[in-house]
Every structure is written in structure tokens, then in C-alpha cells.
Design a protein around this ligand. Structure first.
Ligand SMILES: *[C@@H]1O[C@H](CO)[C@@H](O)[C@H](O)[C@H]1NC(C)=O
Ligand SMILES: *[C@@H]1O[C@H](CO)[C@@H](O)[C@H](O)[C@H]1NC(C)=O
Ligand SMILES: *[C@@H]1O[C@H](CO)[C@@H](O)[C@H](O)[C@H]1NC(C)=O
Ligand SMILES: *[C@@H]1O[C@H](CO)[C@@H](O)[C@H](O)[C@H]1NC(C)=O
Ligand SMILES: *[C@@H]1O[C@H](CO)[C@@H](O)[C@H](O)[C@H]1NC(C)=O
Ligand SMILES: *[C@@H]1O[C@H](CO)[C@@H](O)[C@H](O)[C@H]1NC(C)=O
Ligand SMILES: *[C@@H]1O[C@H](CO)[C@@H](O)[C@H](O)[C@H]1NC(C)=O
Ligand SMILES: *[C@@H]1O[C@H](CO)[C@@H](O)[C@H](O)[C@H]1NC(C)=O
Ligand SMILES: *[C@@H]1O[C@H](CO)[C@@H](O)[C@H](O)[C@H]1NC(C)=O
Ligand SMILES: *[C@@H]1O[C@H](CO)[C@@H](O)[C@H](O)[C@H]1NC(C)=O
Length: 502
């Protein structure tokens, strides 16, 4: 039922026919003050259990209060319920005998009222097969965003199998998200704003692209059909890059008469490293239809970041090592978190996994504490992991556009510059453009540089050629850097009453 108030407001700015059409679409409760949606309690763990976990880990009461607020915030931003209660992630078909890149389950139209999608966008979710770092086939989850009006490009390969399909192939962007967390509940496909909202996926869909976005193995779906746990291999760029490629292949098989053969890959931060990893993988394992990669603020190497953090602050290092430890353990079974972390560090890392805490929880639980052991660097794990996972200095399938904000304090610009340089030195014919943005921060580079990456992607689908050789561009603002909004001042909320969407 729509309240009287809504209709009056709506009539002020819309035509009557639109009001009538809208009133069929959504039923609002009568206007009331919205409860604090940061304090919602869903899922298997109630706040008393959560508090007990924090107490056992030795977390003081005042910090535990802050962690629980962050936990409530995360849970109030889930799409519906815990992944542990959502049948989509629970009834997992067997992947036995399957290769990577095959759809296992398709939810053609997800329940949009559980998400904060922009108008004119439709959502699907899939389970599909991918590979972990050592090539083991594993199931994973992904979302697919559909635009109301897909872009049409003459250069796309026409459908050959379906003479009855009159629509044009819909262009695909494979999207690799930045760090959402380290456990099942942190999968973007069950977060209301799909984690990167207007920073990339919403914008891509509104611009007419179909967005195919894996959660990355271990996020969202965290177990296979036999109940075996799937660890998220954070920072394993070739594996996460493979997740993007295999999600695209699976989506193409699930919707053969809708999707184009052609695709562009784009990612940011952890996903920038994944996108670059995908481009390297495509150099040795080509896939038909690949057009190029955008790597935004790429996390190219955990080792480089650890070394950089060591110089900046031990707390930044300890926090990083805590974030890396689950991945390292899944690649090297002999690794123990206590090889790197103090007792407090181990306790907090375990508590975070037990709570299924994601980025918000980690900010309250592990950020700012000195968690690394002084002798952590006597171990060989990070060097070995880096040898298997780092980007740069290697052949990649191009072209590639690297975006970097020069005021990024999450992925240090000198590390990205060095990785670009190493690549261009080793392979001077690389089709690599390094676009730097003066005074711009980590995620904000996706906004400040939005026309740059959207134009670049459009050119790939139009078949515009790219000259060989590395190229650098520096973008500077027309006013002082400080005259621009620097970082986010808002969070995307779920509207519960009609007055909230006026
Ligand atoms: C808001 O919270 C109060 C107290 O927790 C509860 O009684 C009420 O049902 C909630 N209202 C809505 C609309 O959720
Ligand atoms: C870590 O957890 C253990 C087990 O609950 C507890 O005995 C110990 O005091 C904790 N250590 C620290 C440093 O908080
Ligand atoms: C959450 O809400 C409950 C009751 O609705 C209240 O008792 C509790 O103090 C709130 N917690 C926080 C952290 O706001
Ligand atoms: C979609 O989710 C809403 C909100 O939880 C629920 O009321 C509705 O029944 C769901 N629709 C379907 C088709 O499951
Ligand atoms: C490969 O990695 C998986 C985890 O992704 C692990 O379970 C498996 O034992 C590893 N296999 C080999 C041969 O190392
Ligand atoms: C076209 O025909 C195929 C079978 O050849 C069928 O699977 C598909 O649904 C048809 N598509 C349309 C849009 O009718
Ligand atoms: C088209 O048909 C060929 C031959 O049957 C098959 O190999 C290919 O996978 C099909 N392509 C699509 C998009 O269904
Ligand atoms: C780790 O040790 C190596 C030498 O073995 C050194 O080059 C590097 O700077 C050290 N890194 C950190 C973060 O301490
Ligand atoms: C952090 O802990 C290490 C030992 O683990 C110690 O050497 C260092 O002084 C500590 N730094 C701070 C800022 O507490
Ligand atoms: C990268 O290369 C550019 C130009 O060749 C040079 O100015 C810069 O110092 C190099 N940076 C690093 C970190 O190697």
C-alpha cells in the first residue's frame, strides 16, 4: 500500500501516468521514523554469541562494542540474510569432473528488493566452476547485472547459432571488486550495494554493459557440494584473475543468445591486481573475444606492500599480515598464523573469521594494532607466495590501461609505478597506458577518471586499435585538488519508506 503522502510528493514532480505506473511497482509502509539499520541482527550469530567470541579473543569491552556496531552494519547491508541461510549458496550442485568456466546454477532474476540497485538495472546470480591457485577446480559465486538498454556495437561477432534471435549481442565487462573481506559473508553478490555500487558496476550497467562479477572463490559461496570449506585466496592474482575469466565463460554458456563473445576486464585494488593477473593469464591461455583490461589502483604484490608498510608503520604491516594469513595458509598448509602474528594478532584474526567479519569489522578489530611478530620476515612464505602471484615484468595480453590516484593511501603509487616500469622495461612493446590522477585517492580514482576508463572500454568494443609501446598520461584538475570532494561522505542506504526516495 502506498501512503497518501507519497502520492502527493510524487505528483509534484512526475506526470500522473508515471505515478500510476509506479504505484503498481512498489508497496511502501506508512511513513515512520526509520530504525537504525546499522543495528540489525540477522544470521546465525546473535550479538551475545558475537560478544562471547570477542571476549574469548581477549578484546576489551569498549573495542568489542565498536566491533559489534560494525558487525551490525555489515549484517544490515546483507541482501536478505546470511549466506548460511540463503538457499542460493547452500544447495550447491556437484562440480565433479567439470572443467573451469561452467555454470552450475543460474538464478535468472534475483530479488531486486533485497538490493539497493539503481532503477533500470536487473540482477542475476550464478554458481560456476573456477580454479584455485594450484589449478584445482572449485565452485564459486558471481553476480550479473543487466542494463535496461544494452549498448550495441557493430564490431561485435554476430550470433551464428541462433538464427531466431534478432537482438544484438550484449557487450560484457568482467568486473573484479576490491577487498570486501576474507570469508563467505563478504561476497558482493549478497551485499545490498554489490560492494562497489556506483564506483563501477552500477555505472557500467547504466552505460549499457552487462557486468559479470565473481565474488572470487571462497567469498559468497564458501563450500562445495560435499561441504568442503573453500578458503578465499586473497592477493592470489592469477587465481582471482581466473575467477573473472571463468565467470565470463560461465555466463556466456548460461546466456548464449544474449551475451557477446567479446569482453573487457576491469578491476580495482585487489581486483586491479586480479585484472592484471587475468591479462597475464590470457597471454599464455588466450580466450576468444578478449579485448583488453583496465587495472585500477592495482594491488600487484602483497610482498611489495608488506615491505612498504614496514617502513611506514608496524601497525599497518601487522594489519596487512593478518589480512593475508588465511590465503597463505590455503596455499602452504604448513603455515601457521603464529609464524607471523603475535598472540593478540592470531586471536583477532581467528575472531574475525569466526564472526565472518568483513572490511567494516576488520577496521574496528585489527586496524591500528601492532600485530606482527618481529621475526615474521625470517619465514619464506611471503616470498614464495609472491613468486606465484605477483603482477608485472611479465607478458600480458593487451591492451591494458592502469589507473592510479597519486594520493592513494591504500595502494601506494610508487609500487604501481614500479610495477608498470618493470613491465615496460622487460617488454617495451607492451600496449600499456599508465594514467595518473593528481591528488586523487584510492576508490575516488574511479570517479575522477570515469570518462577515461569508460571511453577506453568503448574504444575496445568499437575495435579502435592501440599502438605498441608504453604510454603515460597525467591528469590534473582544473581547480586546486582541495576544491574537490576527496573521499566518500555517504553510504548507500536501503529506503524503507516512500519519503526517503522523494
Ligand atoms: C523499529 O524498532 C522497534 C524497536 O526495536 C520495533 O518495535 C519496530 O517494529 C521497528 N520498526 C520497523 C519498521 O522495523
Ligand atoms: C588469546 O586467546 C586466548 C584464548 O582465549 C587467551 O587465553 C589469551 O589471553 C588471548 N591473548 C591475548 C593476547 O589477548
Ligand atoms: C541495538 O538495538 C538494541 C534494541 O533494539 C539495543 O538494545 C542495543 O543497544 C543496540 N545496539 C547498538 C550497538 O546500537
Ligand atoms: C523479495 O524480497 C522481499 C523483501 O524481503 C520479499 O518481501 C518478497 O517476498 C521477495 N520476493 C520474492 C519473489 O521472493
Ligand atoms: C591445491 O590447493 C587446494 C586448495 O585450493 C588444496 O586443497 C589442495 O590440496 C592443493 N593440491 C595440491 C596438489 O597441492
Ligand atoms: C531460439 O532457438 C533456440 C533453439 O534453437 C531456443 O533455445 C531459444 O530460446 C530461441 N530464442 C528465442 C529468442 O526465441
Ligand atoms: C555454437 O555452436 C557451436 C557448435 O555447435 C558450439 O561449439 C558453440 O559453443 C556454440 N556457441 C554458443 C554461444 O552457444
Ligand atoms: C625482509 O627481509 C628481506 C631480506 O631477507 C629484506 O630485504 C626485506 O626488506 C625485509 N622486509 C621486511 C618487511 O622486513
Ligand atoms: C610493535 O611490536 C614489535 C614487536 O612485536 C616491537 O618491536 C615494536 O616496538 C612495536 N611497535 C609499536 C609502535 O608498538
Ligand atoms: C618509472 O619510469 C619513469 C620514466 O621512465 C621514471 O621517471 C620513474 O622514476 C620510474 N619510477 C620507478 C619507481 O621506477
Amino acid at each position: 500500500m502506498r501512503g497518501r503522502f507519497t502520492t502527493a510528493v510524487a505528483l509534484g514532480c512526475l506526470g500522473v501516468s508515471q505515478v500510476l505506473a509506479q504505484s503498481d511497482a512498489q508497496a511502501w509502509p506508512p511513513a515512520a521514523v526509520q530504525n537504525n539499520t546499522f543495528n540489525a541482527t540477522y544470521g546465525a550469530l546473535d550479538s551475545a554469541q558475537a560478544r562471547e567470541i570477542l571476549k574469548r579473543a581477549g578484546v576489551p569491552d569498549d573495542q568489542a562494542d565498536a566491533v559489534l556496531v560494525a558487525l551490525d552494519f555489515e549484517r544490515s547491508n546483507w541482501a536478505g540474510s546470511s549466506t548460511q541461510l540463503d538457499p542460493f549458496y547452500q544447495d550447491v550442485p556437484s562440480h565433479a569432473g567439470l572443467a573451469a568456466g561452467v555454470p552450475l546454477k543460474v538464478e535468472p532474476v534475483s530479488n531486486a528488493s533485497l538490493y539497493t540497485l539503481p532503477p533500470g538495472v536487473s540482477l542475476s546470480r550464478i554458481l560456476f566452476t573456477t580454479e584455485t591457485l594450484n589449478g584445482t577446480v572449485t565452485p564459486a559465486s558471481a553476480f550479473v547485472l543487466w542494463p535496461y538498454l544494452p549498448r550495441s556495437f557493430d564490431a561485435l561477432t554476430p550470433y551464428s547459432n541462433f538464427t531466431n534471435v534478432t537482438s544484438k549481442p550484449q557487450p560484457i565487462i568482467g568486473w573484479g571488486h576490491g577487498t570486501s573481506g576474507w570469508s563467505g559473508e563478504c561476497g558482493p553478490s549478497h551485499i545490498r550495494n554489490l560492494w562497489y555500487q556506483f564506483s563501477a558496476p552500477y555505472t557500467m550497467a547504466l552505460q549499457g554493459y552487462v557486468v559479470v562479477a565473481p565474488d572470487y572463490a571462497g567469498l559468497g559461496l564458501d563450500h562445495d557440494s560435499n561441504g568442503n570449506f573453500i578458503a578465499h585466496q586473497f592477493g592470489a592474482n592469477p587465481a582471482s584473475g581466473g575467477d573473472i575469466i571463468h565467470a565470463i565463460e560461465a555466463a556466456q554458456k548460461a546466456w548464449p543468445a544474449r551475451l557477446s563473445r567479446e569482453f573487457v576486464i576491469m578491476g580495482h585494488s585487489q581486483g586491479g591486481g586480479a585484472a592484471w593477473g587475468a591479462a597475464e593469464r590470457l597471454s599464455s591461455h588466450p580466450v576468444k573475444g578478449y579485448l583488453g583490461t583496465v587495472a585500477g589502483s592495482p594491488l600487484t604484490s602483497l610482498l611489495d606492500n608488506a615491505n612498504f608498510a614496514q617502513e611506514v608503520a608496524p601497525t599497518v604491516l601487522g594489519e596487512g599480515l593478518a589480512r593475508f594469513s588465511t590465503a597463505i595458509g590455503s596455499v602452504f598448509p604448513e603455515f601457521k598464523a603464529s609464524d607471523w602474528l603475535t598472540e593478540q594478532g592470531v586471536n583477532l584474526t581467528n575472531a574475525n573469521q569466526e564472526l565472518q567479519g568483513c572490511q567494516s569489522v576488520a577496521l574496528e578489530l585489527i586496524a591500528g594494532y601492532n600485530l606482527s611478530r618481529p621475526d615474521w620476515n625470517d619465514t619464506w612464505y611471503l616470498d614464495a607466495f609472491d613468486g606465484l602471484t605477483r603482477n608485472g615484468g611479465k607478458a600480458f595480453a593487451g591492451p591494458m590501461l592502469v589507473l592510479q590516484g597519486m594520493a592513494d593511501n591504500a595502494v601506494p603509487p610508487p609500487l604501481v609505478t614500479a610495477t608498470v616500469n618493470a613491465t615496460c622495461t622487460a617488454l617495451p612493446d607492451s600496449q600499456l597506458e599508465y594514467a595518473m590522477f593528481d591528488g586523487v585517492g584510492h576508490v575516488p580514482v574511479l570517479y575522477a577518471g570515469q570518462q577515461v576508463w569508460l571511453d577506453w572500454i568503448e574504444d575496445r568494443f568499437k575495435g579502435v586499435g592501440v599502438a605498441k609501446g608504453c604510454k603515460q598520461t597525467v591528469h590534473s584538475p582544473q581547480l586546486d585538488v582541495s576544491d574537490f570532494q576527496g573521499d566518500f561522505k555517504y553510504t548507500l542506504q536501503y529506503a524503507e519508506y516512500s519519503y526517503e526516495v522523494a
